[in-house]
Structures are given as C-alpha cells and as structure tokens.
Design a protein around this ligand. Sequence first.
Ligand code: PLP
Length: 385
Amino acid sequence: MRNVYADNNATTRVAPEVVEEMLPYFSELYGNPSSMHYFGGQVEKKVIEARGKVASLLNCDPSEIVFTSCGTESDSTAIRGTLDSYPYKKHIVTTRVEHPAVLNLCRHLAKNGHKLTELSVDKKGNLDLDELKKTIDDNTAIVSIMYANNETGVIFPIEKIGKIVKSKGAVFHCDAVQATGKIPLDMSKSTIDLLSLSGHKLHAPKGIGALYIRKGTKLTPLILGGHQEKGRRAGTENVPYIIGLGKASELVLNHMEDENTRVKTLRDRLEDELLKSCSNRQVNGDRKYRLPNTTNISFEYVEGEAILLMLSEKGIAASSGSACTSGSLEPSHVLRAMGIPFTFVHGSLRLSLSRYNTDEDIDYIIEHLPPIIKRLREISPFGKG
Ligand code: PLP
C-alpha cells in the first residue's frame, strides 16, 4: 500500500535539510545565545543568521522579526499586545472565517470588555470591503484578517484591506500562517503592520513561529521577563528550532516557483478528476483566488469523517472541515460562514499538497477516492446511492 500525505495545511514534513541543520544544536553546540563566552557566541551567530533568512522570506529588516513558539502565540502577541498599547481603543475587527487562534481569542476579549466585529463572507469565501470600511472607526484598535484560509485556501485581497485599515488609523494584523511559504510575501511593499507565521506549515518543526513587527509599530510584549528578542518576547531562545525555521525559510524561497507551478498543476489535476468522476459535489471557495496547494471539496450525502477513515485505510492522509478532526462536534465554521448547505458541509474534504507530493500520489488518490464516495453513498441513510 502507498502512503500519500495530503494534509499539509495541518502540518508538513520537516525537510531533511532542516533536520540536518538543527542537529548540532542539540548536541555539541548547546550554548545559550545570551552568554558572554565563545560557547554562547557561536550559537548567537547562528540565531542572527536564521533571523536574516526569515527576514529575506518576508523581504523585511531582520530587526522586525521576533521568534515565538508557534502561530498561535504570534497571533496572541499581535492582538493582545496592540490592545495593551492602545487601552483607550476597545474595538477589534476580524472575520468569521479566521482560525480559532484569532477567532477564539477575539471572542474571549469580547466577553471581557472589548467590542468585536466579525466580518461576513460570501458563498465563495470573499469579504465585502465596503462592510470593512464602514465598521472601522476611531475606537478600532486592530483589524486582524488572515492572508489565506486554512480550510479553503481562499486568499483575501490583503493589500486592498490594508489600505482601508491604514487610512482609518488602525493597526493591521495579518495571520499569514497558511500563506507563508506558498505565495510570495513582500513586507517592503505591504500595508501589514504585524504578520504571524508558523514553522510547521513550511517544513520546519512544530513549536516555532515568528511575528513580523513593522518598525515603529507600538506593541506591548505578551511574555515579560528577560531581555531576549530585544525585550519583545522573553524566554531563552529555542535555538535549534530557530535555526530550523531559518533553514526552512531559505528552502521555501528556492521552492516557491515549484509550489506555484508543479504543485498547483497537481492540485488542479486532482480537483478536475474528482469533479469528473463524482456526482453531487462542489469545490468550496473561490477557485481563482486560492493557495496553489489546497482544494476543499464537498460530497453531498456523505460524512467527511467516514471519507477520512476510509482514505486512511488506503494510506491517504487528508482532513475534513467538519466535526471530529477539529476536536469539536461542530461542522466547519468556515463553510457555514460561507452559507454552504448542511448536506454539503458535512461531506467536506480538504486535500492539501506540498513539494513532496508526486504525480503518482495524485493518481493514487484519483484511483481510490471516487469508489469510497460511491460506497458511502450506497450505505447512506439519505438513500442517495
Ligand atoms: N492560523 C492559521 C491560519 C492556521 O492554519 C494555524 C494552524 O493550523 C494557526 C494559525 C496556528 O498555528 P500553530 O499551530 O503554529 O499554533
């Protein structure tokens, strides 16, 4: 049986080059980068190098990069840190389709004295920019909008959004955890003030992230303590992982073209074949403005979890927008926000590829998925077999 990993929006394989680069920093090179002696100095040099590589990926200054433990911490630092910096502004704007790292935090803050606006999306997952314009006022501290959606891959018009946000004087935070590494990002031409990224979505390990903080942006640290990261994120640096993120960022720059050509071609072939060979199905999300690696397809009258289990038996790893995969019994909040009918929401399947996927992987999914859908429909209580 073949193993096909098609769940790269959940997490990615750590690139072998990344592992190799990290290994010495667990064994012989274990100094603390803050130490005065040569042992710390040689490690500090590598941390500086890694910061430079992450900065190159975003085309920003290395001093604008702060290492964190994950995308969630970067999001929390951006949002809580901005609110702490502007205590007289109580309004937060976000969207109904954000990742829980943003949405659950904002909803928590709304229960504790803040005012929250959650922007809606249309059936393709796109935002109404007039609604955004109308909602920002003098009381708005921060607008937090994701670059690309983790479930559908839909890309928001971030620079148009940023122009609106900046013209109204609010801070613009962008959760770019899914976009980083898949599409080019250039902070030198951007309106983004704060940008979150996460290592494990771009072939670095889990447990390392970064926050881009544009020079001059006021931000109170989330974690206070020592002087690390120029006082912006206390705690002894996770040296091997920082070095891993640096290497992964360097590799991403080399692989960006592959992601946007070969990987996109694989995704498009997979999607087209599945649409051809299955009835009562639809692609969720705008097919034009989308990450090159992601497809989210709903099959009516089947359960996403049942598809996942049967795919797993064939060695195929994918993800469902609904219920158990997210650890909750609720169907996908993203698909519901898009107004997708319940019969489709429950049968949603996300396939997300990476540079490690091959033509043979796609052939294998195309061979096994349609018979699974057919079989599930035959036993469906809705009688649509
Ligand atoms: N934001 C988005 C859009 C994500 O997809 C994820 C993870 O899936 C996160 C934030 C959280 O990142 P992390 O797992 O590094 O905390």
